[in-house]
Design a protein around this ligand. Sequence first.
Ligand SMILES: NC(=O)c1ccc[n+]([C@@H]2O[C@H](COP(=O)([O-])OP(=O)(O)OC[C@H]3O[C@@H](n4cnc5c(N)ncnc54)[C@H](OP(=O)(O)O)[C@@H]3O)[C@@H](O)[C@H]2O)c1
Length: 384
Amino acid sequence: MKIVIAGGSGFIGTALIEYFAKENDVVVLTRNLKKSKNNMGNKSIEINADDLRVKYVTWDAFHIGEWAKELSDADILINLTGRSVNCRYNYKNMKEIFDSRIRATRVLGEAIQSLQKPPRLWINIASATIYRNALDYPQDEYNGQISDLKSMNMPATTLQDLQAFFHKYLGWAIPSLFVRNRKKEPRDFSVRVCKKWEEAFNEITVPDTRKICIRLAITLGKYGVIVPYLNLIRWSLGGRQGNGKQMYSWVHVKDFCRAIEWFQQHKELNGTFNCSSPNPVTNKEFMSTLKKASGYIIGVPAFKWMLEMGAPVIGTETELILKSRWVLPVKLLESGFRFQYPLLPGAIDEILKSRKKKFAHKASHLHQTNVKSEGLYPRVKAVQ
Ligand SMILES: NC(=O)c1ccc[n+]([C@@H]2O[C@H](COP(=O)([O-])OP(=O)(O)OC[C@H]3O[C@@H](n4cnc5c(N)ncnc54)[C@H](OP(=O)(O)O)[C@@H]3O)[C@@H](O)[C@H]2O)c1
């Protein structure tokens, strides 16, 4: 098979390369492999490349170019492009988060439309964050609620809790200035991005290409989000976060790769699918499973007010920790797909083992083709 992965230089792309590129030809679209900004914890590539059939091609994720030819006759196009959301939501970052996803999706659609032999399957990654803050029941493709109101997506902040408390008991004494104005309900940035991202994908008509949108849950693997969690645990800060009751929907990255293969094989499938393990856990359970598996006993909890104070310091948003993400992969299960890692302890064990493995070969002989100039970038030096 020929598989093209746009934005494939990061955490999930690397896992897909390891999964597919032994027996298939993989083309990765990247802006600049050497300077790739991704979710790999400052490690660029760490794959055993000797036996992998992978080629890196330059694009700008915005304009149509020579790279579009790489999509011709592909069996699968997977779009993973997007600036990491693990940052402060200031204007610059929000614009980049938004533009990188929407523009890349649109230009890939344009590229497909220009081809005589378009890819047979286009999988666009989206996010399970699209569903509301759910503490009452799990969200699936049929019953899931999607609203971009902030109040539907974020638990109240400590300040709002205090306001509500004083309003309840001292309402008569508080000037209305301090009471939350429901008419001016703020909108939630993440859900707005998710909605526009899916709209951009759904709007594109590509008659000869099957389309699948994957609402992906927090993906656990050797890199990505596991790295900051393990750091917290090492510093004995691996207790529950907030009240620990918020749900944590996750999926092992290998199950994500298997789902891609499943979609390719099952030609009757199209539309939107959740991709998350069928057994989400609470934040408290997640932290304690990870802590035990890593061999640590002490884990100081982080209360909501601590997270609110700490998030700006470490350059992140509390939403990524405190929003209750309770998602089920109902359509995927209905289609007959079975997870290799349905339960968290098994998934964590495998990941911790994989992190101990040393890679015998560095990807130093990989090269990136700059299709515009037909030249080659200097050989990529893998960073370990
Ligand atoms: N990891 C998760 O838990 C998770 C969960 C749900 C959804 N997702 C979504 O899945 C996708 C892949 O996730 P990942 O963890 O593999 O992310 P990642 O490691 O950050 O990789 C994303 C890739 O997108 C490209 N990119 C970054 N900023 C860009 C920009 N401003 N413009 C154009 N391209 C840019 C980068 O490639 P180059 O720099 O080489 O061009 C990068 O390698 C993302 O869209 C993410 O939102 C991830």
